[in-house]
Design a binder for this molecule. Structure first.
Ligand SMILES: Cc1cc2nc3c(=O)[nH]c(=O)nc-3n(C[C@H](O)[C@H](O)[C@H](O)COP(=O)(O)OP(=O)(O)OC[C@H]3O[C@@H](n4cnc5c(N)ncnc54)[C@H](O)[C@@H]3O)c2cc1C
Length: 412
């Protein structure tokens, strides 16, 4: 089975398959590009306003380039923890999994974060028997408990074995069989597998191209200021290598600021705006979030009210046979100002956009409630969540007066 790009499209969009021809040609394109693209091999010299960069081409030739400014956007790569014996097996990561040509019968996915969870469900739906191993008490740990519970329930209902509170201890190969030994509450368990996916996090690509030699400051990511400048003001950075987020859309956002600042500094520069950052995990049910959830608001001692709308009540979701999930909105107590939103359900990432816009531009739940939403759409869930908030904050004194007024008008 030709898995690479099928699973890629699957993981990013659950079940939207590419044609085989498109897959083959896109894979060929990627291989050609990988072999031929120039690599930033060294930041050779930094003096005053000039950086000299050495590019190594696919054919081995080295091309020096001088520039006034440079944007480092080297991304991140999978982090592989030092698990005893792991090098005995050709473990997979989100980087090399696309080269699989056979569907593994028994697949172990190490990691319950977004990437591990997306790959878990994608491979289970392709037909692998998947065991997901997570050391934390639940998968999707950054999300609220109700969100990760819904995903866990769905995974289990699809036959996925979700092992939480299980820590990978070592990998063994015996009698031709590969095994992962995990520890759970002081006891060891053996999980036999045909393929192991390691998805426990990603680390920034900081080495091998001269940053350390120059002394550009970095910790887990490059140290950058609000203008995306590193400790060398004409070396900028954007994306996973700059952090603190690891999303395509935040990388694109930073890239604009880094590029524009590099072009116009010192005459004009713009500060990147991280106030409202959305993201989604593309499992089914999809989980999308912007701003605070209950977990973070509680941890940070931020006063909040929670309003929830259950999507099983929504006409479009019922018609589509997808009547599950919820919209959960955190607001400032007594006010309609939105602190954060979590949506779980079909197209959650798309539904979230209305709240992202509202938060970015200071629109509260009253404004969402006062906006006409097309019937029957999933987006109506946003309005109904705002309606639930309004009901909980109904002006009781005014409603009592209106009741008396109409009683008087009816003459009863
Ligand atoms: C499996 C998976 C699923 C994901 N899903 C999502 C998602 O659904 N939504 C989302 O927002 N984000 C997602 N992400 C995260 C997203 O891919 C990254 O946040 C994003 O790609 C970061 O962009 P970047 O430009 O910083 O790095 P990258 O996209 O990683 O690009 C960096 C590039 O620099 C190249 N490079 C490195 N060193 C050198 C060098 N010395 N010389 C020349 N080139 C070099 C690398 O080869 C790479 O091509 C996902 C990530 C993974 C792994």
């Amino acid at each position: 089975m030709l898995l690479g790009a099928i699973a890629l499209s699957y993981a990013f969009g659950l079940g939207r398959f590419l044609s085989l021809e498109a897959i083959k040609s896109s894979q060929a394109d990627v291989e050609v590009w990988r072999a031929s693209r120039p690599l930033l091999a060294a930041l050779l010299f930094f003096g005053g306003y000039t950086i000299v960069v050495a590019l190594t081409h696919g054919d081995g030739t080295v091309q020096p380039l001088s520039t006034r400014s440079i944007v480092i956007a080297t991304g991140a790569r999978p982090f592989v923890p030092p698990i005893e014996g792991i090098d005995q097996v050709d473990y997979l990561t989100s980087e090399n999994i696309w080269r699989l040509r056979e569907l593994p019968g028994r697949l172990v996915v190490l990691g319950g974060g977004p990437i591990g969870s997306e790959l878990t469900q994608a491979f289970a739906r392709l037909g692998s028997r998947v065991t997901q191993v997570e050391m934390a008490p639940r998968i999707l740990m950054r999300e609220d408990v109700d969100a990760s519970d819904l995903v866990t329930q769905r995974f289990r209902s699809e036959g996925i074995e979700v092992l939480v509170d299980h820590t990978a201890k070592r990998v063994e190969v015996a009698d031709g069989e590969k095994r992962l030994i995990v520890e759970h509450r002081g006891r060891e368990l053996v999980i036999a597998f045909d393929a192991l996916v390691v998805a426990v996090g990603r680390k920034a690509n900081l080495t091998g191209y001269g940053l350390e030699e120059l002394g550009v400051k970095a910790d887990k990511t490059l140290d950058v200021n609000g203008y995306l400048q590193t400790s060398f003001p004409n070396i900028y950075a954007a994306g996973d290598v700059a952090g603190p987020f690891q999303f395509t859309h935040t990388a694109a956002h930073q890239a604009w600021y880094a590029a524009v600042n590099a072009l116009f500094d010192p005459f004009k520069k713009f500060r990147a705006d991280y106030r409202v950052i959305p993201w989604a995990t593309f499992v089914e049910p999809e989980v999308a979030r912007v701003g605070l959830n209950v977990l973070e608001a509680t941890e940070r001692g931020i006063a909040h009210e929670v309003t929830t709308y259950q999507i099983d009540d929504l006409d479009r979701a019922i018609a589509d046979g997808e009547a599950h999930g919820f919209v959960k909105v955190l607001t400032v107590p007594g006010k309609d100002r939105i602190l954060g939103v979590t949506i779980v359900g079909e197209h959650a990432g798309d539904l979230l956009a209305e709240y992202v816009l509202a938060m970015k531009h200071g629109l509260g739940l009253n404004k969402i409630l006062g906006t006409i939403h097309t019937y029957p759409t999933m987006a109506e869930a946003n309005k109904y969540a705002a309606g639930n908030w309004k009901r909980a904050h109904a002006p009781q004194a005014l409603l009592n007066w209106v009741e008396r007024f109409h009683t008087w008008r009816r003459g009863t």
